[in-house]
Design a protein around this ligand. Structure first.
Ligand code: DAH
Length: 345
């Protein structure tokens, strides 16, 4: 074939191919056309056999032209493929009545519950000081909840008015203190634990919930005294409420500690000027603590002549309420997203 004819035939092939591809009705038709034009035995490749009919200087020109034609056809395939895929998607969406112009629905993001967050923060403070986490059952025997903790038989807390009894004679633990004796019975001193958990009481008002949470602390070692307790609780208060937080220890009474103290922090709301939160006195009670009573150590098979210990119990709700200025405990348990979403970080 004379070279002029080759050029014009090749151009004709290109134009035919481009318009055939552009008007392909679906992706199957496109695949057939692809084979027809660009396949190994396709029409474009066939032109290469005219090479030998051409002169040495015309050969590279034909090669370049064939390549150019192939590139143009390939580009047209890509465009048409996309156009067909888009059209298919739009048709599908139309069938499913989906409107892409509507704004998207943003799913609600979950977050840690404020009580969980507070518990974790308290745990982290004590874990960083070498305490370990201990746990005990929520349905507890009278023995661990009261008797081993030195509660006299007629103590008012043992009254069914305060304690939720279970049918099998056990009860729902009223505090996390029973974990103290359970731990002593399982481990040799020295002991340094915190015991977070759920506790139950027949109580229900803006600051009391029948289900709430405490963290117990227990440290048993040789030669401990109240100053060790004070030092650790000072550090705890500063880590939790700010590094300038002052604490004070007030004499109190618990059957399982002797001496017993109640620990206050300097009011974080008014800085001791006197406000509603501290009832005008400048101090806010945060926890109960004391030196472990020798009777309790004995129940845990630990010799009080050799070992001494201090303990504390703190309400997680109480700490969270102070941290966030919440005055109604029930908000923690109502699962109202208007409340909970305020804590999302
Ligand atoms: N268990 C006490 C309560 O629920 C809190 C408490 C006070 C725990 C003094 C202690 C402690 O370990 O030493 O009110």
């Amino acid at each position: 074939m004379p070279s002029d004819l080759v050029w014009s035939k090749l151009q004709e092939l290109r134009d035919n191919a481009l318009s055939a591809i552009a008007s392909a009705s679906d992706e199957n038709a496109l695949t057939t056309l692809q084979k027809k034009y660009l396949g190994k035995k396709g029409e474009v490749q066939a032109y290469m056999q005219h090479m030998k009919e051409l002169s040495a200087e015309e050969r590279p020109k034909l090669g370049a032209l064939v390549n150019e034609v192939r590139d143009r056809i390939e580009a047209r395939f890509a465009e048409t493929e996309k156009k067909l895929a888009d059209a298919r998607l739009m048709a599908d969406l139309k069938l499913r009545h989906e409107d892409l112009s509507l704004p998207g629905r943003i799913p609600n993001r979950g977050a840690e519950h404020p009580l969980q967050e507070t518990q974790r923060e308290i745990e982290d403070i004590f874990l960083s000081m070498g305490f370990e986490i201990a746990r005990g059952p929520q349905s507890e025997w009278d023995y661990f909840n009261f008797e081993a903790l030195n509660f006299p038989a007629d103590h008012p807390a043992r009254d069914m008015q305060d304690t939720l009894m279970l049918e099998n004679g056990s009860l729902l633990r009223t505090h996390t203190s029973p974990v103290q004796v359970r731990t002593m019975l399982c481990y040799e001193p020295p002991i340094r634990i915190i015991a977070p958990g759920t506790v139950y009481r027949r109580d229900d008002d803006v600051t009391h919930s029948p289900v709430f949470h405490q963290i117990e602390g227990l440290h048993i070692e040789k030669g401990l005294n109240l100053t060790h307790l004070r030092g650790i609780l000072q550090l705890f208060a500063q880590s939790m409420f700010g590094k300038d937080t002052k604490i004070r220890l007030r004499p109190s009474f618990f059957p399982f500690t002797e001496p017993s103290v109640e620990v206050d922090i300097a009011c974080i709301f008014c800085h001791q000027k006197g406000c509603r939160m501290c009832k005008g006195c400048g101090w806010i009670e945060i926890l109960g603590a004391g030196m472990v009573d020798p009777n309790v150590l004995r129940e845990g098979h630990i010799d009080p002549e050799v070992w001494s210990g201090w303990a504390f119990g703190v309400g997680i709700e109480r700490v969270a309420m102070l941290l966030h200025g919440i005055t109604d405990i029930r908000l923690f348990f109502e699962s109202d997203l208007r409340f909970l979403s305020q804590f999302r970080v």
